[in-house]
Design a protein around this ligand. Structure first.
Ligand code: ZN
Length: 369
């Protein structure tokens, strides 16, 4: 069972134990080493440590990662501690703060960065906390947010701007992945190919458009997602089962190829197809996670091409969050067609099924919304 505090350097301060004692809550728990999640109404409510806040969860997004945990694939079996409360994408309201908390206050509407670090390793101390070696992730390494309440360190809490609605604030975590990828690659006045328009790929279309991309091309096997990416601003959306799109894209871009590739599928053929579409000297940002190492001609696609390849992990803490807030508050993102379904917590099974079947794109659970 994960602990609910991150090793504070200050001496422990007593938190009001009387109010939290014996209080229980609803939660989705990985109760055994196998598929699905169990609903319980008897989970003890977590108690915040001195530098933590206790958050009453309003809404929570179901992530692709939660799907792996639900299906209990090889990755989940090797990583997820049995007994954990899952989920990491949320918006909620602060209920209680620890004694050493200085910035947050009860009643504040917040989301949070789910990558929790001790802040002491090389990357944390040099502006790259998102790839810290001691990262512990909400709902993966420690109790998450598919519950009435969750505890998060104050440092990770993100106060949500009043103009951002709950259903959008609940998915700032994956939206941050899209923003980080687009901003890392730099798309302004550039042609862009996005391979794979799942949730984050679709978000990347609207983010790239907002960030001033020139033409945006996408690939996806699902015709509904191809249609949606056109609606969000792609000039063309291709079915990757037909390789002929590669010459179409290259021809459209001076017979040289696109300036930027955003790989968001993890599909084995997407690497070869995507890099074949990328011009010499282009930039590729890779977010997709292949289920096994892809076969990929690095001589042709990277070395001779002089390509720049960026690995994208998480969100920059907290540069990405500021960029995301600015794009959202400025009304620059179109997310209504991406967040397709909302179910009450008790209907979590229907929520997961809607997401896994592909009927839904982003599915949100209403917990105390
Ligand atoms: Zn997620």
């Amino acid at each position: 069972m994960p602990t609910t505090t991150t090793a504070p350097s200050t001496s422990p301060v007593a938190v009001d134990a009387t109010t939290s004692k014996a209080q229980t809550m609803r939660a989705l728990v990985k109760h055994h080493a196998g598929p699905e999640l169990q609903f319980t109404a008897d989970r003890p409510r977590p108690v915040p440590g001195p530098r933590d806040v206790l958050i009453k969860i309003s809404k929570a997004g179901i992530c692709g990662t939660d799907r792996h945990i639900w299906e209990w694939d090889a990755w989940a079996a090797s990583r997820i501690p049995v007994g954990i409360v899952t989920g990491h994408e949320f918006v909620g309201v602060i209920e209680q703060v620890g004694a050493a908390v200085t910035r947050c206050r009860p009643g504040q509407r917040v989301s949070a960065e789910g990558h929790i670090t001790a802040g002491v390793d090389f990357n944390s101390r040099t502006g790259n906390a998102h790839i810290a070696s001691d990262t512990r992730i909400l709902g993966i390494d420690r109790d998450g947010i598919f519950a009435d309440y969750a505890v998060v360190p104050e440092e990770n809490v993100w106060p949500v701007h009043p103009s951002i609605p709950d259903r959008v604030a609940a998915v700032m975590d994956p939206l941050g992945n899209a923003v980080h990828t687009v901003m890392a690659a730099g798309v302004s006045a550039k042609s862009v190919l996005i391979t794979g328009t799942g949730i984050i790929g679709l978000m990347a279309v609207t983010v790239a458009k907002a960030a001033g991309a020139g033409r945006i091309f996408t690939t996806d096997m699902d015709p509904r997602r191809r249609e949606l990416s056109r609606k969000l601003g792609a000039v063309e959306a291709f079915d990757p089962r037909d390789d002929s799109f590669i010459s179409t894209v290259r021809k459209a871009c001076r017979n040289e190829g696109v300036d930027v590739l955003l790989e968001m599928s993890g599909a084995p053929q997407a690497y070869d197809q995507g890099f074949s579409c990328l011009r010499s000297g282009g930039i590729a940002a890779l977010l997709g996670i292949p289920s096994k190492p892809p076969t990929f001609n690095i001589t042709q696609h990277v070395v001779f091409k002089g390509a720049t390849v960026l690995g994208i992990n998480g969100r920059k803490m907290f540069e990405t969050w500021y960029q995301m807030e600015e794009l959202l508050v400025g009304g620059r993102l179109e997310l209504d067609d991406i967040i397709t379904h909302e179910f009450p917590l008790e209907q979590f099974r229907k929520g997961f099924e809607t997401m896994i079947s592909g009927e839904g794109i982003k599915v949100v659970l209403d917990i105390n919304g």
